[in-house]
Structures are given as C-alpha cells and as structure tokens.
Design a protein. Structure first.
Length: 420
C-alpha cells in the first residue's frame, strides 16, 4: 500500500524563511507605490481641484479668453520647436506605434498655444485660456510635482504694455475671488535689460551664461570679481544690487546704460506695472532684474507670484515671441505674446474645504417603501442632488458614505431629513 502524502517528506510544503516572507511582502507592497513626484488626488481634494478648474476657467472665459484643449501628445517637431533645453529635458519621448515617429508628452501647454495661434489666430489680437495635465520627467524643486494641472491665459498680437496689465488684472481678479490676494507677492523682472546690456558690452555666450549662473545662485562675491574684468561690469553688478526700486537701479547704472532707449523703456514698463499693482490691487511688489530663468524664451516683462512666502512660485508669466502665421506675409516680426500659467493643485492647501451635505437614505425604509413612496423618494433625491447635496442610496445595511451628515427617513408617509 503506498505511503500517504502526509507521511512522505517529499510531498511536504516548503518552509519559507522570515527573510523570504519579508521580501515577498516588500515586493507586494511595491506594486502599490507611485513614482516620486506623482500622487493621487483623492476625495475632498479632488473635488476642490475640479471646482477650481471650473471656476478659474469660467473667469477667464468671461474676460474674453477662448478655451482651448490641446492633446497630451504631439510629434516632437511641433511640440518642441524652438523649445529651451530645460523644456526638452522635462519632456517624456515616446515612439508612435503607427508611424515610428518620435512623439512627446507635453511638459508645458504654452508651446501648443503658439501652434494653435499660428494656425487660427490671424493677424489681430487673440486671447486663449486652457487647463490640462502636463507630465514632467523631473519634479520642479524639492517635493515638487511631476504631474501638475496647468492653467493659464495668453494674449497674442499686442506689442504694448496694455496686454501685460490686462493679464495682471485677470490674475489678480482670480486670486481675489479665491480670497488669496492679501497673501500674494509679485516679483517683477525684465529680461530685455540684461539682454540689451549684453549687446552693448558685446559679451560672449560664455560670459552671458556665467553671469546668469551667478545671478541664479546669488553669488555676489564671485559676481563682483567677474564683473571687474567685463565691459560695463559695474552695470551687471548693479543689476544684482538694485534693491526693490527702479529709481535705485537707475542711480547705479552707467551713463551709457541710462541713455539707452531700450533700457529706459524697459525700466519705465517695470515702474508702470509696479504702480498699477500697488495702486489698484494694494499688492506687495518687488523687482528682480536678475530673474532670468526664462532668458532664452522670454523677451520682456516677466513675473512670479508667491503665496504665503513659499519658495516656489505659484504663478509664472511674462512676454515672449509667438510664431508667424500665414497672414504675416508682409510682417517679418514674430507675433507678440504674453501670458501666465499656474499649477492648480498648488492651490488646494490655500482654499477652504468644500462643504457638502452628505445624505444617506434609510436602508430599511427604502426597501419597504411602496410604489408611491418610491416615486416620492426618487423626486426627493433628485431635488436634493440638484441643490448640490451628496445623496447615497444604500445597497445594504452597512452601506453608508464616510462623513454622512444627514439621513433621509420615511416619516408619516413623507421623506424627511434628520441630522445624524
């Protein structure tokens, strides 16, 4: 008679060591991990984010901006045309399985707006707004997101400061509606000043990049040493020590810089925007001419908006060159453009929690209701939902939404709300 499996050692189940079990548990846990800089937006935060997206885009639409929704992916020839090296590094590349061509997952929506304007904007002034997800290869700053929900507005076809002022007014209206304007600080810059000084001093590309690096790192001792050997070095050093006032900047510039019309015009634009922000919006404003993070992209006024003294800006904006459209046959100049963008998910911690009445229908009453009472329940729940309440029809006795505040019961043949 053959031995039973219970008595046969060869048929015994293998014994797993605690180390092996721990490794298996670790592998299982890793299946639930998200990449660094990628998070779920859940429940109340998801509701707040959707509310913000709708509320802010509606404000832009009512100010005359046309809503556009570009695709997440494009061929790199169009998506990264004239893009900065930073944007190229931030863009995921994939192969199109249909054509074998290289495609990019957008890391910024603004280049897509340039393409849209070139095809649909014509030669007059055009306004666009958008809200959509973008994907970054790397997070922006410590603990930064790689999946921002980018919202923004752009004006094309206007060369004068009026367009920048309009955008500032739209932005301030938006943050005022969110009751955040008192905590917003605007840092203004103007890349044309540094560009023009570099032209006057005939700086090499190497010297220009070195100065920008020193400005970004606020390395004043090394900057002072480098500027001693540069043409118009006192001007480049003055940019980093201009304080928060255009008059201070003018006082420190050389006569050659003061008399240059382009520099004078740029400083005048800075003063106009500063006065506008302070007089109309009572906004805290500073000026930083060495803010050159978008140097190879921006052409004039730039600004960053900070909330509650955070180190990363909530909103970025400035003037740049659009593409030439088919209607610009006689005009060789690039199409003037200015705009701003922000990450809507950064607003979640700064706006109040969405307060919603959470209602659950009494399970027993629902199940034992007659046809007339069920019709009345259907009408009652529809009415409550139209008023913005959350109403759950339970599937069993334990089915109750988290945070339920009210119960809908059947009392004297009428459906009534009671507080839980």
């Amino acid at each position: 008679m053959p031995a039973s499996s219970d008595s046969d050692p060869s048929n015994a189940l293998p014994t797993l060591s605690s180390t092996h079990l721990s490794h298996l548990a670790s592998e299982t846990a890793n299946h639930w991990l998200l990449p660094d800089g990628v998070v779920d937006v859940l429940f109340n935060d998801a509701q707040k984010q959707e509310m913000l997206r709708h509320q802010l885009t509606q404000q832009l639409i009512t100010h005359g901006y046309q809503l556009v929704c570009p695709p997440m992916i494009e061929y790199t020839e169009s998506l990264l045309k004239d893009a900065s090296e930073d944007l190229k590094r931030q863009t995921f590349k994939i192969i199109d399985q249909l054509t074998g061509r290289l495609m990019g997952v957008r890391a910024d929506i603004t280049p897509q707006i340039l393409r849209i304007d070139a095809h649909h904007g014509g030669s007059g002034i055009a306004r666009y707004c958008y809200a959509g997800d973008v994907i970054h290869t790397l997070p922006s700053g410590l603990f930064g997101s790689r999946t921002p929900l980018q919202l923004g507005a752009e004006i094309f076809g206007c060369h004068v400061i009026d367009a920048d002022i309009e955008l500032i007014d739209v932005l301030m209206t938006m943050v005022t509606t969110l009751k955040m304007s008192a905590n917003l600080h605007i840092d203004l810059g103007h890349v044309a000043i540094f560009k023009r000084l570099s032209e006057l001093a005939t700086l090499s590309d190497k010297d220009t990049e070195e100065l920008m690096h020193l400005y970004a790192n606020k390395n004043l001792p090394e900057l002072k040493r480098i500027c001693q050997d540069l043409p118009m070095g006192t001007d480049f050093y003055a940019l980093a020590r201009n304080g928060h006032d255009t008059e201070q900047l003018l006082a420190k510039l050389s006569n050659a810089a003061k008399q240059d019309t382009q520099i004078a015009e740029a400083i005048n634009e800075l003063q106009l925007l500063t006065n506008h922000l302070q007089d109309k919006w009572q906004c805290d404003v500073s000026i930083d001419i060495t803010e050159l993070s978008g140097y190879h992209y921006h052409t004039g006024i730039v600004f960053n908006g900070y909330i509650n003294s955070e180190t990363q800006p909530l909103v970025r904006g400035g003037r740049f060159d659009g593409m030439q459209s088919g209607s610009q046959i006689l005009d060789e100049r690039p199409r003037a453009a200015t705009g701003f963008s922000m990450d809507v998910s950064r607003l979640l911690s700064h706006v109040e929690t969405v307060t919603t009445t959470v209602i659950v229908v009494d399970y027993a009453a629902k199940n034992h209701a007659n046809e007339t009472q069920r019709q009345a329940l259907q009408q009652k729940t529809a009415q409550l939902r139209q008023q913005g309440n959350r109403v759950t029809l339970p599937l069993d006795e334990q089915d109750s939404p988290q945070g339920a505040t009210h119960r809908l019961i059947l009392n004297d043949n009428e459906w009534q709300l009671i507080t839980i």
